[in-house]
Design a protein around this ligand. Structure first.
Ligand SMILES: [Zn+2]
Length: 406
């Protein structure tokens, strides 16, 4: 029943966009229509986000009866790339190994369309999306000249051409109403999520070890008058100087480090500009709205959230499911300062494992954010949640949308 037919005065309403991360492999293994029905019915959301390209996947599925119980995949595209799109780059994207010959994306699109669910794709740009040991010239290279096989350097021209081609390839398929992109220099650039054995350093040391001095960075930073040899020398010297914090001294912060060395500060500013120009190219290429995943540690990631927010349709901020619900205020305020518009601000709240302890906490957080005018929220993620937690999301969505329209 519409509002006017209910006899109530017409009130301008802000629509509330509730979204859930629901990965392609979970849709396929659980049955596309069945999973979408659960996402809508049990979690109460009307949009899904799925990864279309990213790093390796290794996860346990807590939902009883879903097989395989451990889901693993190589890095790559979760669709079969159209080779014609990638003629301008020597890097050819590889489809993730779990897909084999199938391509479920069109069926997911049709099912979403039938069920009235918005479909959003996500590209995680940074992990090496091709085969691990090929294309070494496109990989990150540290100040000692050692290659990190897991990450592409976003300055390398082939990598940049790969990313723009991938955005175009995804947009050609016309399955997404919105594309979410994660783009940055990898923080610390470990090959996995963890620091390597033997490294017990500070954040500043991790950043220094993650700096890239590949041929592309050397050449282009040099053209832009960055003293790349001085920066490389400083990185090697300072990694040892700032490596070990002790009990009385937490070690030098990254901000202090950048304040103390001109060449490193120049390099940092230049790396930010590289990310910004690449983001602008991707937005220019796309035929749908592009939202960027905000960096929670911009200085580490060499990402300027404000500048990226000016270019993009909006920013997506990871937000903890805070025990102290007032903490949400600070997160929303900070992101809105970057986007200048709460309507271009989305919160992503993960609630698997120990990321959220109680349904009531989630409800209060979502309600509080909605009270500030946040109309876009994504909850993560279907394949990692037990049934009771899907119900937490349903309650959070109900109360938040009520808060929006009150
Ligand atoms: Zn590089």
């Amino acid at each position: 029943m519409s509002e006017s037919s209910a006899g109530e005065p017409h009130m301008p309403q802000t629509p509330f966009y509730a979204n859930m991360v629901c990965e392609l492999w979970d849709l396929v293994d659980g049955g596309i229509d069945d999973v979408l029905l659960r996402v809508k019915g049990e979690a109460g959301v009307n949009g899904i986000t799925l990864t279309l390209a990213g790093g390796p996947v290794d996860r346990f599925r807590p939902q009883v009866g879903v097989t395989p119980r451990m889901f693993r995949s190589t890095a790559g595209a979760h669709f079969h790339p159209n080779a014609d799109r990638y003629e301008a780059t020597r890097l050819k994207p590889v489809a993730a190994d779990w897909l084999r010959s199938r391509d479920p994306l069109p069926r997911v699109y049709e099912a979403c369309d039938r069920q009235g669910i918005r479909l959003r794709g996500r590209l995680t740009l940074g992990p090496a999306l091709g085969q691990l040991h090929r294309h070494d010239e496109s990989k990150l290279k540290n100040a000692y000249g050692e290659i990190n096989p897991a990450w592409y350097c976003p300055v390398n021209p082939d990598v940049r051409a790969l990313y723009t081609a991938m955005v175009a390839d995804v947009c050609d398929r016309q399955v997404c109403n919105k594309l979410e992109i994660m783009l940055r220099f990898p923080h610390a650039s470990w090959t996995t999520g963890e620091a390597p054995a033997g490294f017990a350093g500070t954040n500043a040391a991790a950043w220094l070890l993650g700096l890239c001095f590949c041929e592309s960075c050397r050449q282009q930073a040099g053209n832009d008058d960055v003293n790349i040899d001085a920066a490389s020398h400083a990185a090697r010297v300072l990694i040892d100087a700032v490596r070990q914090p002790d009990e009385t001294d937490p070690g030098m912060s990254l901000a202090d480090l950048l304040g103390s060395d001109d060449a490193l500060r120049q390099l940092h500013v230049w790396r930010q500009a590289q990310i910004t120009t690449l983001a602008a190219e991707l937005i220019e290429t796309a035929s749908c709205d592009i939202w960027f995943a905000r960096s929670n540690t911009p200085i580490n990631d060499n990402m300027d959230n404000r500048v990226i927010a000016d270019l993009a349709a909006g920013l997506i901020a990871r937000c903890p499911c805070a025990d102290r619900v007032e903490d949400i205020d600070a997160v929303v305020r900070r992101v809105c300062e970057e986007t200048n518009d709460v309507r271009r601000t989305e919160l992503r709240i993960d609630l698997h494992g120990d990321q959220c302890d109680e349904g009531d906490i989630l409800v209060r957080c979502a309600q509080r954010a909605a009270g500030h005018g946040v109309a876009h929220m994504t909850f993560g993620d279907f394949g990692l949640l037990t049934t009771d937690r899907l119900d937490w999301v349903r309650r959070a969505v109900r109360f938040a949308s009520r808060e929006m329209t009150s």
